[in-house]
Design a protein around this ligand. Structure first.
Ligand code: WT7
Length: 654
C-alpha cells in the first residue's frame, strides 16, 4: 500500500450512523461490548451455551496453559451437524428452506431443513460404508452446489475432518493437499457450470489420485451429466446415498475434535493446512452470524457469494448461518452469466435481505455500471457486508448507494482463514460506519495495532495488526506442523497473534486494515503466496529464476506480476520475433495448470537480471515499483544499481 492511498484513507471522514429503524430491530447492542469487557471468558461461555446445543456441558471455558495451542470449552461435547441441521427440525422448523439453490444454467432447487436432514444422514451413512471413520480426512472438491454443504456436514456428523479444496485449483494443487492431509476419500462431481458451459472436475481428481495416493474411494456427484471416465475406486454419490440407510444417529464429539482443515497460502511455497476444531469455531461462527450479519432466521433471506472452497464459504454459508437455522441463497456460477445483472436478478427473485460479498466483485459491478442493478428491485436488502481485502471508500459508497439504496448498513469484516470467524467489524445498528474501515474488534475479541518493538501505537498511527487474547474460533495449528504454527504466528510478538496485516488506528480509534506486510498478496480477496507462484514458474524447463510481486490493480486489488530470467538455451529463442510473446503465454498457462487460473500472472516480464541486495535477497519493493509504474525507490542497497534501468526499459517496451 502506498503512502498516497494511506493518506487518502485517513482523510475519509464520512460517517453513517445507523437508522433508528435498523437499530430497533438489530440483534447487536452496546451491552454486548460491556458484558464482554467485564468478563471476556464468561461472555464466551454464555454465547456458547446460548447459541449451540451441547450434549455435554463444558467445565472450563478456556485452557491456555499449552499456549499457543488453545482448548476452548473443555469437557464439552457436541455435534456440528446436529447444531446446523437436526435441532432445527426437532424445533419444528423442518419446513423452512435452508437453501434456495440457483444453478448457473437457471435450474433451481429449494431444500428445506427436513430435506437437508435426510440428505446428511444418508451421506453420513454412505461415507461410513466407504470405510470413513471419525478422525479420517475427507477431501471435498466440488462446484457450488448443495452437495458441497451436505458433504461438509456429513463429514462433521461422523467426526471426519473435511479438507475442502477450491474447485478452481489444479490437479497438482489438489494432489498436494490430499497428500498433506492423507485424505481417504475425495468427494467431487463430474463437473459444474461455469460461464455458460459445463466444466469438468473429475479428470483433475483422477490425475490427483492416480498412482501412489492415500485415497481409497472417490464419491462423484452427478451435476452436468457429461461423459466421465470411471475407475474401480469411483462411486456415484446418488447411488451411494440411495443405498445408504435413511437414518443416522449422530454421536457427540469433544469440543476440540477436529472439524476441518483448509489450506491457505503463506510466505513459503508450501500451503498451510489451517486446522479448526468444533466447539469454539461454531460458537464464534454462530455469534458473528447473529450479531454482525444480524441474521433473523424467521424472516431473513441471506446470501453470501463466496465459494465453499474458501473459509468464507465454510463459516458464512455452512456453519454460521446454518447454526442459526437461516434461509439462504446458494448460487453456482459467475456474476455475469448469462448477463451482468445475474446477482441482482437473484436478489429480486428470492427477496434477499442480507448480502455478503468481496470488494473485487463490487468493483467489477461498478465498472459494468449502475444501470444494471437499477433494472432490478433490490428493496428487500437491509444489510450489506464486505470481506477479503480493504474496500476502497469509493466502492463502499457505490455499494451503499447503488445496491443498498442508501438504507443498508455495511459491515466491512476483517478476518482470516486462521481466525475462523469475523474479528473486526462494525456492529450493524450500533456502530456508525466509516467507509473503508473495518473499525472495531467484535465483542469478546481483543486486537491491537503495534509497532516493530511490540508497543501499542497511539491513535493516528500505523503498525501491525495483532490479536492480543485467544479467541474461540482461532486455528488450533497447522496440520502436521506445530513448529510452523508457532513460528508463523506467535514467535514475533510474545503472547500475541501476528496476523501479517498492516493497519492504522485513526484518531477515533477505528482500525483501517491496509493489506499484507509479508510476501503474500491478495488477488480478488484470495491469498496467494509469491513464493508458491515463483516455484511454479521455476518448475518450467525454460525458467532459471523468477520473482513475483503483487501490484495494485484497479479491479482485483492486487495482480500477480512476474519477473522471469530464462535459462540460456531459451534466451535466444525468446529473442526471435514473436517468440517472446508466445513464451510468456506458455508460462502464464503453466502457472495456471500448476496452481489454478487464479494464480495466472497478469503480466510476465522477461528480464536479464533481478535486483538483489549484496547478500542476494531479491528486492521486491523495487519490482513492485516497476510493476505499478512508479518511480523506482531507493536503490542504494542494490549490488548493481543499473539492473533497475534495464528492467524499467524492458517494462516500457512490453
Ligand atoms: C486476509 C485473509 C476472511 C475471508 C476471506 C479471506 C485480507 C480480509 C479484510 C477486510 C482488509 C481484509 C487480509 C487478511 N482481508 N478481510 N475486511 N479488510 N483486509 O481469507 O484468504 O485467509 O485472507 O485477507 O489481508 O489477512 P484469507
Amino acid at each position: 500500500m502506498t503512502e498516497e492511498t494511506l493518506s487518502n484513507l485517513l482523510h475519509e471522514e464520512r460517517t453513517f450512523p445507523p437508522s433508528e429503524e435498523f437499530a430497533a430491530q438489530a440483534n447487536g447492542t452496546r451491552a454486548l461490548y460491556d458484558r464482554a469487557q467485564q468478563d471476556r471468558l464468561g461472555f464466551w461461555a454464555e454465547q456458547a451455551r446460548e447459541l449451540l446445543h451441547w450434549d455435554t456441558d463444558f467445565t472450563q471455558t478456556l485452557d491456555w496453559s499449552g499456549a499457543p495451542f488453545a482448548k476452548w470449552f473443555v469437557g464439552g461435547e457436541l455435534n456440528a451437524c446436529v447444531n446446523a441441521v437436526d435441532r432445527h427440525v426437532e424445533a419444528g422448523h423442518g419446513d423452512r428452506v435452508a437453501l434456495h439453490f440457483v444453478g448457473e444454467p437457471g435450474d433451481t432447487r429449494d431444500i428445506t431443513y427436513a430435506e437437508l436432514h435426510d440428505e446428511v444422514q444418508r451421506a453420513a451413512n454412505a461415507l461410513l460404508a466407504l470405510g470413513v471413520q471419525a478422525g479420517d480426512r475427507v477431501a471435498v472438491y466440488l462446484p457450488m452446489i448443495p452437495e458441497a454443504a451436505v458433504a461438509m456436514l456429513a463429514c462433521a456428523r461422523i467426526g471426519a475432518p473435511h479438507s475442502v479444496v477450491f474447485g478452481g485449483f489444479s490437479s497438482d494443487a489438489l494432489r498436494a493437499r490430499i497428500a498433506d492431509a492423507e485424505a481417504k476419500v475425495v468427494i467431487t462431481a463430474d463437473g459444474g457450470y461455469r460461464r455458460g458451459r459445463p466444466s469438468a472436475l473429475k479428470p483433475a481428481v483422477d490425475a490427483a489420485v492416480d498412482g501412489d495416493s492415500t485415497v481409497e474411494h472417490v464419491l462423484v456427484v452427478r451435476r452436468t451429466g457429461q461423459d466421465t471416465h470411471w475407475t474401480e475406486r469411483d462411486v456415484w454419490w446418488h447411488v451411494a446415498l440411495a443405498e445408504a440407510p435413511a437414518q443416522h444417529e449422530a454421536q457427540a464429539f469433544d469440543a476440540e475434535h477436529p472439524l476441518f482443515i483448509l489450506y491457505t497460502s503463506g510466505t513459503t511455497g508450501k500451503p498451510k493446512g489451517i486446522f479448526h476444531t468444533t466447539g469454539g469455531y461454531l460458537t464464534q461462527a454462530a455469534f458473528t452470524s447473529r450479531y454482525v450479519h444480524d441474521i433473523h432466521p424467521e424472516t431473513d433471506v441471506y446470501w453470501c457469494t463466496a465459494d465453499v472452497g474458501w473459509v468464507t464459504g465454510h463459516t458464512y454459508i455452512v456453519y454460521g448461518p446454518m447454526a442459526l437455522g437461516a434461509t439462504q441463497v446458494m448460487y453456482e456460477g459467475t456474476p455475469d452469466t448469462p448477463h451482468q445483472g445475474r446477482w441482482w436478478e437473484i436478489v429480486q427473485q428470492h427477496g434477499v435481505t442480507i448480502f455478503y460479498t468481496a470488494p473485487t466483485a463490487i468493483r467489477a459491478c461498478m465498472k459494468w455500471g449502475k444501470e444494471i442493478p437499477a433494472r432490478f428491485d433490490l428493496s428487500s436488502l437491509r444489510l450489506l457486508g464486505s470481506v477479503g481485502e480493504p474496500i476502497n471508500p469509493e466502492a463502499w459508497v457505490w455499494y451503499s448507494e447503488v445496491i443498498g439504496g442508501g438504507r443498508c448498513p455495511i459491515v466491512d469484516t476483517w478476518w482470516q482463514t486462521e481466525t475462523g470467524a469475523i474479528m473486526v467489524s462494525p456492529l450493524p445498528g450500533v456502530t456508525a460506519t466509516r467507509p473503508g474501515s473495518a473499525q472495531l474488534a467484535v465483542p469478546g475479541i481483543s486486537v491491537d495495532v503495534i509497532d516493530e518493538a511490540g508497543e501499542s501505537v497511539p491513535d493516528g498511527s500505523g503498525g501491525y495488526l495483532v490479536v492480543t487474547e485467544p479467541w474461540p474460533a482461532m486455528l488450533r495449528g497447522i496440520w502436521g506442523d506445530p513448529e510452523r504454527y508457532w513460528e508463523t504466528y506467535w514467535s514475533r510478538y510474545e503472547g500475541r497473534y501476528f496476523a501479517g496485516d498492516g493497519a492504522k488506528k485513526d484518531t477515533d480509534g477505528n482500525i483501517w486494515v491496509l493489506g499484507r506486510v509479508d510476501d503474500v498478496m491478495n488477488v480478488s480477496g484470495h491469498r496467494l503466496s509469491t513464493t508458491e507462484i515463483e516455484s511454479a514458474l521455476v518448475s518450467h524447463p525454460k525458467v532459471a529464476e523468477a520473482a513475483v510481486v503483487g501490484a495494485t490493480d484497479a479491479m482485483t486489488g492486487q495482480a500477480v506480476c512476474a519477473f522471469v530470467i530464462l535459462r540460456s538455451e531459451a534466451v535466444e529463442e525468446a529473442d526471435e520475433p514473436g517468440e517472446g510473446r508466445e513464451l510468456v503465454q506458455e508460462l502464464r498457462t503453466h502457472v495456471s495448470t500448476q496452481i489454478g487460473p487464479i494464480a495466472k500472472p497478469r503480466q510476465i516480464l522477461i528480464v536479464a537480471e533481478l535486483p538483489k541486495t549484496r547478500s542476494g535477497k531479491i528486492m521486491r519493493r523495487l519490482l513492485r515499483d516497476v510493476a505499478e509504474q512508479r518511480d523506482v525507490g531507493d536503490v542504494t542497497t542494490l549490488a548493481d544499481s543499473s539492473v533497475m534501468d534495464t528492467i524499467k526499459a524492458g517494462m516500457a517496451q512490453s
